[in-house]
Design a protein around this ligand. Structure first.
Ligand SMILES: Nc1ncnc2c1ncn2[C@@H]1O[C@H](COP(=O)(O)OP(=O)(O)OP(=O)(O)O)[C@@H](O)[C@H]1O
Length: 615
């Protein structure tokens, strides 16, 4: 699959490949002279008593090096023309996927993988091309000097290369198995190490040690298998590159008897030691290790992307209309913790949103609001319970196509503004629709300042707020009916934030969940979910003022009394201006897990998680 895509990639760029081949021919010429010139220098010059001729041939070899270096410099330019489109294509896919999945935190890791893919691909092109053209130059040279030399050097070289090629596929498989085992072990450490105290406290040391030991054993076995196949690679190098040296020395008397001149023998040794052995070594190390790493990285980067032509995935297509009456979002007893021994961040949460609902989520900093949106977006998976978006299970392609998450850190990539805004759509967005969305969200002034939809965007030149406006308009233009804004307006001023939020609330058929950066967001929402550690309170703004001490505190901090000068600092409207549990005074909060859209008297409230308090 990867190989086929690779061939198609090269075929589409045949002109660059041709240019690469033409410049590489100069290297072939240089290699030819590496053995041929010293042979002639000896036979026709120094050994024939004509040192001037000998020196002239050595001069020709020197000139060959200069011409070869000129060719190599051009080769680098041609390789860049091959490699950069590969990187751009991969970055495009990775960014689209990251933005689509709302998991922009993963983008840095994925971007790093595209860099690995680019560098490895460049290295592979260099070593495989160099081997082919060097081998051609050396074999032609050997034949020109004396055909029997071709026999002595060429046969082991062929055998070595054949052995190496035969090990490529099994080696790639073992390399992948090793990388997967290594990552699984690293992930395991990531879970176990921060929880060591809890593991000891719970007396789970033996179980955790046994489980971690299994991961270590899997990696050990993968490493041993990889090493065994690595031995074959060394054997290939020995047979193809080092055996010819021994054979040339052992067969020297026979070769001289066959009419091979001493100069030709020296020339043959020069071919093997100066050209063939280094080129083969680079090929074996380059293709053997980097090649399998490239396959692994490409497989990951290209996962889910239907084809190299960039066919839109399910997440980009307009989802089919859902039957009326299906809730936009359902959470049933959802529990999530960042590790087996860690305390749950979300604990037994029930929630239901009807289509068109507008929910604000508030709570102190670090209480779990982003975790909740990441769960709904399918970026995290609950330990217990179930999440459904328009009836479809999360995670899942159908659910993913019906929601879009806009995180706090907006992702904007180089390209035109229109490309950035249409990232979540399969086809270019009609300009009228794009302008209407920009106006609705509040992007129009920036769009005009940048020079319109076709203007190029430099992400580094934009402010954080401008990047957020682009990300918001992109989400607005997506087909996803459920929009999750996780403090996605935090870099906007309150008026711009209100403008954007109202646009999303009025989006036809749209359901909106806003993790509020400012408490003013709650006044615009139909319902508010107050998160407070393992308890939650839920209702309208007025109901919660009545029932939730934490909510009163949060709202109080938004409208500070003159006696609270600290709250006048910074942005007093910010929700997390009040931090930490225990601010509620009575220490108890209403736990309401009732469906949004059904106004509930306090008596109707269902109690959710095991630790749910009551109002
Ligand atoms: N990847 C992670 N691994 C372990 N713990 C995490 C991880 N991400 C978040 N947490 C912890 O989970 C808790 C909830 O974090 P979360 O980001 O969901 O809170 P939040 O309410 O959105 O905070 P804020 O308002 O500051 O953005 C915090 O204690 C945080 O430290």
């Amino acid at each position: 699959m990867i190989a086929r895509r690779g061939l198609r990639f090269l075929r589409d760029r045949w002109q660059v490949v041709l240019r690469l081949a033409v410049w590489s021919l100069l290297e072939t010429g240089q290699t030819f002279l590496t053995g041929y010139a010293p042979a002639r220098a000896l036979d026709d010059g120094f050994l024939a008593g004509r040192p001037g001729v000998g020196l002239a041939w050595l001069g020709v070899a020197g000139a060959g090096v200069l011409v070869g270096a000129f060719g190599t410099a051009r080769v680098y330019t041609a390789v860049a023309e091959l490699v950069e489109p590969l990187r751009d294509g991969l970055v495009n896919r990775v960014v689209s996927r990251g933005v689509r999945e709302g998991d922009t935190t993963a983008l840095s890791g994925l971007t790093q993988q595209t860099e690995i893919a680019r560098d490895t691909f460049a290295g592979l092109v260099m070593v495989s091309r160099s081997f082919v053209f060097t081998a051609a130059g050396a074999l032609i040279g050997l034949f020109s000097l004396a055909p029997p030399l071709l026999l002595v050097v060429g046969l082991p070289l062929l055998a070595g290369v054949a052995l190496f090629l035969a090990t490529l596929r099994p080696l790639a498989r073992r390399q992948e198995a090793f990388l997967v085992a290594d990552e699984a072990l690293a992930e395991r450490y990531g879970v176990v190490c921060p929880g060591l105290r809890d593991i000891t406290a719970a007396g789970a040391e033996e179980r955790v040690a046994a489980d971690t030991g299994r991961h270590i054993e899997t990696e050990r076995r993968a490493a041993a298998s990889l090493a065994r196949w690595g031995v074959l690679r060394v054997a290939a190098l020995t047979i193809g590159g080092e055996l010819p040296i021994v054979l040339l020395l052992v067969a020297a008397p026979w070769l001289l008897g066959q009419g091979v001149t001493p100069g030709a023998l020296v020339g043959a040794l020069s071919y093997v030691t100066q050209s063939l052995l280094p080129a083969l070594r680079n090929l074996v190390h380059g293709l053997g290790t980097s090649g399998s790493r490239l396959v692994v990285v490409l497989r990951r980067l290209l996962r889910e992307d239907g084809s190299a032509s960039g066919t839109p995935t399910g997440q980009l297509r307009r989802p089919a209309d859902d039957p009326p009456g299906i809730p936009a979002l359902t959470l049933k007893s959802v529990t999530f913790a960042y590790g087996p021994a860690a305390a749950p961040v979300v604990d037994g949460l029930d929630l239901e949103l009807r289509p068109g609902a507008h929910l604000a989520v508030v709570g102190p900093s670090g209480i779990g609001k982003s975790t909740l949106t990441a769960l709904v977006a399918g970026v995290l998976e609950p330990g217990h319970g179930a999440i459904r978006v328009f009836g479809y299970p999360v995670p899942g392609a159908e659910a993913a196509g019906r929601r879009v998450l806009v995180p706090q850190e907006a992702y904007v990539h180089t390209g035109t503004l229109a490309e950035n805004l249409g990232l979540l759509r399969p086809d270019p967005v009609p300009e009228a629709e794009l302008l209407a969305a920009a106006e609705a969200v509040g992007l129009l002034p920036l769009l005009d300042a940048l020079g319109g939809p076709a203007a190029p965007v430099d992400p580094a030149a934009l402010s954080a707020g401008e990047r957020q406006l682009i990300a918001l308009t992109r989400a607005y233009l997506s087909y996803a009916p459920l929009v999750l804004l996780d403090e996605a307006t935090c870099h906007l001023d309150p008026r711009a934030e209100e403008h954007a939020e109202r646009a999303f609330a009025a989006r036809p058929g749209g359901t909106l969940v806003v993790v509020a950066h400012r408490i003013s967001s709650t006044r615009r929402a139909d319902r508010v979910l107050v998160m407070d550690g393992r308890t939650t309170a839920y209702g309208t703004h007025d109901e919660l003022l009545d029932r939730s001490a934490l909510y009163r505190d949060l709202v109080g901090s938004w409208s500070p009394a003159p006696s609270q000068p600290a709250l006048a600092l910074g942005d007093p409207d910010r929700v997390d201006a009040v931090a930490g549990p225990g601010l509620a005074g009575d220490g108890r909060h209403v736990v309401a897990h009732g469906p949004v859209g059904q106004v509930q008297a306090p008596g109707d409230l269902r109690h959710g998680g095991p630790l749910g308090g009551q109002g």
